[in-house]
Design a protein around this ligand. Structure first.
Ligand code: KIV
Ligand code: ZN
Length: 515
């Protein structure tokens, strides 16, 4: 059976970032982009350049940092969007502009307020302009899953004739069902006269839990690019999960006859990085990257696996990067080795002062924990945040005794000035958060609190995610420490610091969003 290549288009940094609360800083985006490069995805959608100056800078920084993947920016079918995308992509070794316009009757009538003929005209003009800027242009029919097939055929034929080399069929609202979505792709490929001049792509949302199934049905029908995100992050219920698509294709080569160039051992480390940066924990029973994905509980299964692994395992945990923790540094590692490993991970070590701060934190950690893994380094960097901190932890003491309400004594540095507080709570974390609120009075609502061990072993660092909602504005804070109470306080303060620093950005799928 001859294998054809399938393009893996990762949109964690763009659609993934549209998950409420998942916004990432520029340095975090570069770190994720470098991880995606190690994973060997083909295309990295780095952002929506016109959304804000921060988004522009992030697309530009990713374009400059990545060499072994094409870097892409989203742009509505508008001159100003395409010009911004092209400008941000200038440093890229290989660039793509991804322009889109909605094609479903409901979007054309109520959102765009355009006639179908006008929509075709906008699409053609946008693709032509984008082709003047870069060779590689992708065109998406937003809400294709609810568009009329005849209209899709017309607009896609026109977009290909105007120079689009990839045609993306998004199921924007997650409405499709696998057999029907596969049939749509088949019809488009057979009915559009110039379909052979473009790669057909799909971009599925997970509102009905079918994003991966729909994407795979499309691949079987002839799609040769899949848009996906790490951990299935994305708008609302998310996008198709890259790791699930990749492993379904690899594991069932007999059915798909396609291959990716992915380095699958990088899947778990990349998943962890994205989870830690965005503050979106991975559920334990999540396929491929969940903590239990390869854990056998039942005695019969364990016995079978011990006798012959394939009795109950269809994939090997090590092939997706489980158990791949590598001790990279230790107590005696010097500054040069530390800096070199950070740079290999795509971490910007910044000024000498920033490096000194990171190194001091590393030495501190190495004293408590002898083996330092990449995951520890990533957590350490997330913690020494680029955001100027208004609130910093100076001292924490928590008393916890059975039968007594725990009590936290806390000293914070607030804009450089020390303030103290004492509070009791139903548990030690509750007491510590109450003590913070006594000082800060943020009025925010705590939406999520989660703790994970970064690596294995009881000396592992605990990584805490805290999600705060400030009247609809959602931020995720992270903190890591070998003491999970300290990690919890750091995460809470990180979220508060993010709230004081967040800038507003436009959303690609809202028209006239103040751009
Ligand atoms: O879901 C969607 O339609 C999108 C497009 C912009 C590709 O994200
Ligand atoms: Zn989307």
């Amino acid at each position: 059976m001859s294998m054809s290549n399938i393009v893996i288009f990762d949109t964690t940094l763009r659609d993934g970032e549209q998950s409420p609360g998942a916004s990432m800083t520029l340095d975090e985006k570069v770190r994720i982009a470098k991880a995606l490069e190690r994973l060997r995805v083909d295309v990295i959608e780095a952002g929506f350049a016109i959304a804000s100056p921060g988004d522009f800078a992030a697309v530009e920084a990713v374009a400059a940092a990545v060499r072994d993947a094409r870097v892409c920016s989203l742009a509505r079918a508008k001159r100003e969007d395409i010009e911004k995308a092209a400008a941000a992509l200038r440093p890229a070794a290989a660039a793509r502009i991804h322009t889109f316009i909605a094609t479903s009757p409901i979007h054309m009538q109520y959102k765009l307020r355009l006639q179908p003929e006008q929509v075709i005209e906008h699409a053609v003009q946008a693709v032509k302009l984008a082709r003047q800027k870069v060779d590689d242009v992708e065109f998406s029919c937003e809400d294709a899953g609810r568009s009329e097939v005849d209209f899709l055929c017309r607009i896609i034929e026109a977009a290909i004739a105007a120079g689009a080399r990839t045609i993306n069929i998004p199921d924007t609202v997650g409405y499709a069902i696998p057999a029907q979505f596969g049939e749509l792709i088949k019809q488009l490929l057979t009915r559009i006269p110039n379909a052979d001049q473009a790669i057909f792509s799909v971009h599925c949302h997970n509102d009905l839990g079918l994003a991966v199934a729909n994407s795979l049905a499309a691949v079987q029908a002839g799609a040769r690019q899949v848009e996906c995100t790490i951990n299935g992050l994305g708008e609302r219920a998310g996008n198709a999960a890259l790791e699930e698509i990749a492993m379904a294709i690899n594991t069932r080569r007999d059915l798909f006859a396609v291959q990716t160039r992915l380095q699958t051992v990088e899947i778990v480390p990349t998943s962890r990085l994205v989870s830690s940066i965005t503050g979106f924990p991975v559920q334990p029973n999540k396929a491929i990257v969940g903590a239990n994905a390869f854990a056998h509980e039942s005695g019969i299964h364990q016995d079978g696996v011990l006798k012959h692994r394939e009795t109950y395992e269809i994939m090997r945990a090590e092939d997706v990067g489980w158990n791949a923790n590598r001790m990279v540094l230790g107590k005696h590692s010097g500054r040069a080795a530390f800096r070199a490993r950070l740079e290999e991970l795509g971490i910007n070590t910044g000024s000498d002062e920033q490096l000194n701060r990171l190194f001091a934190r590393f030495k501190d950690l190495a004293d408590k924990k002898h083996e330092i893994y990449d995951e520890d380094l990533q957590a350490l960097v997330s913690e020494v945040s680029e955001v100027a901190a208004v609130y910093e932890l100076d001292h924490l003491k928590v008393l916890s005794e059975s039968g007594q309400a725990p009590c936290a004594e806390l000293r914070l540095r607030v804009r450089g000035e020390l303030q103290t507080s004492v509070a009791r709570g139903s548990g030690p974390v509750d007491a510590a958060f109450k003590a913070i609120e006594n000082i800060v009075t943020s009025g925010t609502h705590l939406e999520l609190y989660s703790v994970n061990a970064i690596t294995s072993g009881t000396d592992s660092q605990g990584e805490v995610q805290v999600r705060l909602n400030d009247q609809g504005r959602i931020v995720n804070g992270q903190g890591a420490d070998t003491d999970i109470l300290v990690a919890s306080v750091k995460a809470y303060l990180d979220a508060l610091n993010l709230l004081t620093s967040h800038s507003l950005r436009a959303h690609p799928q809202r028209e006239n969003d103040g751009i």
